[in-house]
Design a binder for this molecule. Structure first.
Ligand SMILES: CC(C)(COP(=O)(O)OP(=O)(O)OC[C@H]1O[C@@H](n2cnc3c(N)ncnc32)[C@H](O)[C@@H]1OP(=O)(O)O)[C@@H](O)C(=O)NCCC(=O)NCCS
Length: 332
């Protein structure tokens, strides 16, 4: 699916917040659990450390401070929000939705609230959905959250996944007008590749003795990721009548620095325009892109007037890109 934001009301981002758990887990620490080395992890993924939630911390606990910061930056309170979408594959529980839990905690009593599942692409899908509702007049002010305490579903004996992921969440407030923020979206899914990255036994399909842990074919996902990051971005830019030279800031999903480097090279983005924080957080799934946005805001790289290209990819297999003209000065 590809769409340019031409036909509805103007929509922009007015608030941004993020949160990672306090506990830092280094590569060396993971050697207690699996046969790996700091050198292997750095060389093959670019990751130095990640954050991990405690046993007591659930998605809503990590997301709530991010939501509060985003609302404060937008100058709003929970009661002003009429839509909350939480993109995640690790909700507090299957129901009630984490969005409903957050709505209650924030006092967003007038908000429609639901969770959305699109793997690590979830935040991009959620942005597009919220955009559609705002541009179409169904909502006026939306809170979009992307977050995953992914460590909760990792097998601490599987080195092929344990070293890659981390926990974190980010949130944005999206509002109607006055300026044009969102310019277009490109989203897609290839269910045929679903078993390359999946959680068997996590739903109504029967599996014998499911262990409740993420299973991944790393090489297949690597090939998929390098292809879609480039293709999705190129298709979106073309449909919006823009080129990569127009892009001021490129925010790819933070899965692996080798995947990011490949996409950056193929797209022709100068390295100073690329946001990378996978070294500090690992792959935080739906939290990855909002965390990177917040990092770019706090280091002064995200400024009003800039054209920002974001592309996510992940389980499904899914992918999604968004082009946005940043409209607000903000430090996260
Ligand atoms: C997982 C990934 C880092 C593996 O890197 P790679 O260069 O493809 O490595 P390979 O799978 O070819 O494995 C190379 C060797 O390292 C070993 N290895 C795998 N994980 C290891 C680890 N954590 N530590 C040490 N060695 C490891 C393998 O067993 C293999 O050993 P062998 O040659 O003796 O068989 C890479 O495939 C990747 O990033 N894939 C995408 C994953 C992803 O982004 N998923 C989330 C998407 S949202």
């Amino acid at each position: 699916m590809i769409g340019t934001a031409r036909n509805g009301l103007e929509v922009s981002i007015s608030g941004l917040g993020c949160k990672v758990p306090d506990r830092v887990v280094t590569n060396d620490e993971l050697r207690q659990y699996v046969d790996t080395t700091d050198e292997w992890i750095r060389e093959r993924t670019g990751i130095r450390e990640r954050r991990m939630a405690t046993q007591e911390e659930a998605l809503s606990d990590i997301s709530l401070p991010a939501c509060r910061d985003a609302l404060a930056q937008a100058g709003l309170e929970g009661k002003d929000i009429d839509l909350i979408i939480v993109a995640t594959v690790t909700p507090d529980m299957m129901f009630p939705s984490t969005a409903a839990i957050l709505a209650d905690a924030l006092g967003a009593t007038d908000a429609a609230a639901y969770d959305l599942s699109a793997g690590c692409t979830g935040f991009m899908y959620a942005l597009a959905q919220a955009y559609g509702m705002l541009a179409g007049g169904l909502s006026k002010r939306a809170l979009v959250v992307g977050g995953d305490p992914l460590s909760k579903i990792l097998d601490w004996e599987d080195r092929s996944t344990l070293v890659l992921f981390g926990d974190g969440a980010g949130a944005v407030v999206m509002e109607v007008g006055p300026e044009k923020g969102f310019i277009g979206f490109e989203l897609g899914a290839d269910g045929g590749g679903g078993a390359s990255l999946w959680l068997p036994g996590s739903g109504s399909r029967h599996f014998d003795d499911p262990d409740g842990y993420v299973k991944m074919n790393g090489r297949e996902v690597f090939k998929f990721a390098t292809r879609v990051l480039v293709q999705s971005a190129q298709d979106l830019l073309e449909s919006c009548g823009m080129t990569i030279d127009d892009v001021d800031l490129y925010i790819p999903h933070q899965a692996n620095v080798r995947i990011i480097d490949h996409a950056t090279r193929k797209l022709g983005v100068p390295s100073e325009r690329v946001v990378i924080n996978v070294d500090r957080y690992g792959n935080t799934s739906s939290g990855s892109i909002p965390l990177a946005l917040a990092d770019a805001a706090s280091d002064g790289r995200l400024k009003p007037g800039q054209l920002v290209l974001m592309t996510g990819m992940g389980a499904g297999l899914t992918w999604g890109s968004a082009l946005i003209r940043w409209t607000k000065e903000m430090a996260a």
